[in-house]
Design a protein around this ligand. Sequence first.
Ligand code: IYR
Length: 228
Amino acid sequence: MAKTTDANQARFLPLTPYREYSPVAMRDRARDFYSEVNRRRTVRDFSDRVPPREVLDDCLRAAGTAPSGANMQPWHFAVVGDTEVKRKIRVAAEEEEKEFYSGRAPQEWLDALGPLGTTADKSFLETAPWLIGIFEESYGLLPDGRRVKHYYARESVGIATGILITALHTTGLATLTHTPSPMGFLNEHMKRPTNERAFLLLVVGYPADDATVPDIGRKSLEGISSFI
Ligand code: IYR
């Protein structure tokens, strides 16, 4: 016999939070949202000023609203504000990056990074007030140690990360999506269990007063989409 889900387990509620807008309002909202996110730039020069903590809490709550495979919510956000832990993370990241920039990376990759002006210097890891280690729970763990399978964990964490970056930007904070490679050392410094895999390190804070960003552009609508 064909297997099916036990639909009796499903409970449904009316979609009360949904709001429909008039076409005019929709156009305005889409334009406004695009203008807002189009101002976002990845920042590498951070101030050491500490933003209000509640802002971070709400941005993390926003990230936690992301859709996920079978609603497993396979993410964990480990926030580091402690100076000493940040220093250790910087040291470990720079060790990896030095190897990356002086040998491990193929020339083609280094050429692609040229316009960004990135180097093995990761001083922002100490300057910025918060480092958020974003972890993907490859599988869940029940209190008795049994494993719970997760579905599309990477895709789910990617979506949650996008919402987090957008939420932080909207509140007036800058971010840097940093991917030291390999990132295994983050589990140790952020005290995360073995069922979690570091997805990326999000550097968060106010930009430095004299922050600059690379002069690079975005693809056009035609360059990123097609209507069939
Ligand atoms: N992880 C290195 C290299 C790097 C890789 C990519 I792909 C970037 O978009 C930027 C940098 C670093 O952080 O410098």
